[in-house]
Design a protein around this ligand. Sequence first.
Ligand SMILES: NC(=O)c1ccc[n+]([C@@H]2O[C@H](COP(=O)([O-])OP(=O)(O)OC[C@H]3O[C@@H](n4cnc5c(N)ncnc54)[C@H](O)[C@@H]3O)[C@@H](O)[C@H]2O)c1
Length: 358
Amino acid sequence: MNTIGVAIIGCGGITLQNHLPGLALCQDVKVTALCDNNPATLEQARQQTGVSVTSTSYEEIVKRDDVQAVIIATPNVAHPPIAHAAIAAGKHVLSEKPLALNYADAKGMADAADQAGVRHMTAFTYRFVPAMRYLSHLIQQGEMGQPYHYRSCRLQDWGTRHLGWRQVKKLAGTGELGDMLSHRIDFAHHLLGPMKRLVANLKNLTPMRDGHPNDTEDWVAILADFRNGATGVLESSKLASGRNESWRSLDYVELNGSEGTFEFTTSKWNELIAGKVGGPGLKPIPVPKEFWTWPGSPRDPGVGDPLVTFRYDQAFEFIDAIRNGRPCNPSFHDGARSQQVMDAAVKSANEQRWIDLE
Ligand SMILES: NC(=O)c1ccc[n+]([C@@H]2O[C@H](COP(=O)([O-])OP(=O)(O)OC[C@H]3O[C@@H](n4cnc5c(N)ncnc54)[C@H](O)[C@@H]3O)[C@@H](O)[C@H]2O)c1
């Protein structure tokens, strides 16, 4: 097999946590170049990885002949220009979410990648939780019947600490909406299809975080109608004090349909809670072993903390799609679709009314 050379643009938290360990599990893949516009972060990444080709300029890196694929892990504002530079150079692109600061830019990325014939992927990492994959499978098998309700709740305790670029609207676009709810909007699309209309509210309860101005929201809620007739209620907060963060805090999705109910919680990676219509109530159902890793992934689910390691399957999906010349799952189109809902949520909150989605 030919080795695929990957460049990483942005060497901060998520690159160290997800992308580098994920790529390390992929066969015949080499991280050939690193880029970060902060020289100190770049030097630290060079020392940690041993990757000798480094630059603070993404334009230089994406043009290199030893780079076939690019992973974008910068603050949100920089995703579109880096993606367009990589696509123009004929490189496959995996971009972090949210794809852009607005739908037009996100759609532009998807269209440009399609036109160039390169693979494109949005890092909706929680699609890779085994229980989410099993839930999607059961719904496709008709186990839920006619969908009635989608409900998601993401509650974390981020307190009032300084969040860096994440609390600056011109760099992040939005706060909790893009940070956390974008994933749960994607779940909703993935499980139930597109939304038809929504009404939303966004709230900034911390205009100063640790002495630094914050012009992004800490809390967001969306009430939605789906095109298939189901209803949606989605809530996400950084200020659920005492609930801790990450996978230790609540990340809950519930679906009710004519045949029954399914409940998914990220922290229970290999279990769903389910009940049949008219039955005695909800009970746990185990996720079968064939769902414990993404199809074809070389990852051993017995190695490491499964609440961390499911994320590594994302890199495998990107590389496998490149090798097989097939679309990535989820693609830039999924990222753009989530962005369209985010734009509508902001508009709804600003104008205090329902917004129809095309
Ligand atoms: N998929 C997930 O579950 C998940 C989780 C966390 C973060 N993210 C996303 O990943 C992205 C990065 O988040 P993070 O937590 O790693 O942030 P971070 O601040 O830790 O890292 C971002 C890095 O990008 C660098 N950078 C900024 N502008 C750049 C540019 N123009 N060129 C090159 N480098 C540049 C910064 O110096 C920094 O080192 C964001 O879009 C975020 O929403 C996704």
